[in-house]
Design a protein around this ligand. Structure first.
Ligand SMILES: NC(=O)c1ccc[n+]([C@@H]2O[C@H](COP(=O)([O-])OP(=O)(O)OC[C@H]3O[C@@H](n4cnc5c(N)ncnc54)[C@H](O)[C@@H]3O)[C@@H](O)[C@H]2O)c1
Length: 334
């Protein structure tokens, strides 16, 4: 089996690629490197370019006639940037995804796995969601992912395309073999910011302390990136047995962790604890949610293997070697 991974030089895509290779699934990557890293595709079949480039996509399919499925991770992902630049985000995430799927259809692609997000859900009273919870994104980024899901579902209903949207909760950690990890220019998730605060001896900002959670800080469902990657491998194995033509599955742990709880867990893993400072919410910030994971268990036969502490441990391990693997990238600003 061979898969084409769009965005395979990024955090998620490169880890999914490693999991596929470990499972003896061939991998071809297309990535513009707008945020991704060349080092993550060094020993992999790689095409540098944009998913909207039809000639490039045609060339990839001509040179790899045995592509079984496409995993589409290519996107811009910083919520606050999407609030500041909605035009750029809708163009990058929606327009290019529409172009990409057009090129995929022309090349006979029948199986698409789409990287979607928990950011599309309207938070519920008890802060837990499942795939049937109301979709009501609160940022242009979230809207762009929900729009892509809707576009793909409409296309799948009339064309021979089967789409699986995997709605990721909050990935943390790194490949346990330390091939890849977080590389973002400005790590906006809590763990990236905690590691930076730890390295710099600076306080960690708890952005938003008036949320309706048990301690007022936002809540997230932190899933280990390797578990997330493993779910893609499980999905490829069962793809043709999944209900279609369009299906969404949440990928999380089923456990909610508040930012304050996360900081406590982080501080247990490091020698010098990080101080917390309370700060206002940032544009686009939301209370957050955690997911019920029955559908992933039932349809993919998948359950997470790693916990929060593993995610923190692997992130710290990765942070310690990141500058070696990504030379020229200052820590915390790849
Ligand atoms: N990391 C998260 O917290 C998270 C959570 C939920 C969903 N997701 C989704 O997972 C996917 C991957 O996220 P990530 O964290 O790996 O981000 P990332 O920035 O590390 O990776 C995205 C990759 O896509 C590439 N890319 C972007 N636009 C492209 C284009 N037009 N053509 C070709 N390549 C392009 C980038 O160069 C990069 O390598 C995204 O679709 C994102 O919406 C991520």
């Amino acid at each position: 089996m061979k898969v084409l991974i769009a965005g395979g030089a990024g955090y998620v895509g490169s880890t999914v690629a490693s999991a596929c290779l470990d499972a003896a699934i061939g991998v071809v990557i297309v990535d513009s490197l707008v945020t991704g890293r060349r080092e993550f595709v060094a020993d992999r079949e790689f095409y540098e370019g944009d998913i909207g480039d039809g000639l490039l996509v045609d060339r990839i399919f001509a040179e790899h006639r045995d592509i079984y499925a496409v995993i589409h991770c290519a996107a811009l992902i910083v919520v606050s940037d999407s609030v500041a630049d909605p035009v750029g985000y809708y163009r990058a995430n929606v327009v290019k995804s529409l172009d990409f799927v057009t090129h995929l259809l022309r090349n006979g692609c029948e199986r698409l796995i789409f990287s979607s997000t928990a950011a599309i859900y309207r938070p519920s009273g008890d802060l837990s969601v499942d795939e049937d919870s109301p979709v009501e994104p609160s940022s242009p980024y979230g809207h762009s992912k929900a729009m892509c899901e809707a576009i793909f579902a409409d296309i799948a209903s009339v064309r021979s395309l089967h789409v699986l949207s995997l709605r990721y909760f909050n990935p943390i950690g790194a490949d346990p073999k330390m091939r890849t990890g977080l590389h973002l220019r400005r790590p906006t998730h809590a763990l990236g910011a905690m590691i930076r605060a730890h390295d710099e001896g600076a306080p960690f900002l708890i952005t938003g302390t008036d949320y309706p959670t048990r301690d007022g800080s936002g809540i997230r469902d932190y899933i280990h990136i390797w578990d997330l990657a493993a779910a893609h491998v499980a999905a490829l194995g069962r793809f043709d047995a999944l209900p279609g033509p369009a299906l969404a599955i949440n990928l999380g742990t089923g456990q909610g962790t508040t930012v304050r709880e996360f900081l406590d867990a982080f501080n247990r893993a490091v020698e010098y604890p990080v101080r917390a400072r309370e700060a206002p919410r940032r544009p686009g910030d939301v209370v957050g949610a955690y997911t019920r994971i029955d559908r992933a268990k039932q349809l993919l036969g998948w359950v997470p293997q790693y916990d929060l502490h593993d995610g923190i441990r692997h992130s710290l391990q990765w942070a310690a070697i990141r500058d070696e693997i990504l030379p020229g990238a200052a820590r915390g600003s790849a």
